[in-house]
Design a protein around this ligand. Structure first.
Ligand SMILES: [Zn+2]
Length: 66
């Protein structure tokens, strides 16, 4: 009995990785996973511009129960 071929279904690349954020104040830009200063509070995560210190993005804590 031959062994069945392993099929290789690799998942597509996550689109979210390509997201780029711009600083409204100084125009600095970087990918969301880039050189932002991440500050985590009790229930929010802030992305702070490393150039001018402005808050570029603010998101609630992902409480996603998957
Ligand atoms: Zn900035």
């Amino acid at each position: 009995m031959p062994t069945p071929p392993t099929h290789d279904d690799s998942p597509p690349p996550p689109e979210a990785q390509k997201t780029v954020l711009f600083c409204p104040d100084c125009g600095h830009w970087s990918p969301i996973t880039g050189d932002w200063d991440i500050t985590t509070t009790a229930d929010e995560r802030l992305l702070v511009c490393t150039v001018c210190g402005s808050i570029v993005d603010r998101r609630s804590d992902p409480m996603e129960a998957t």
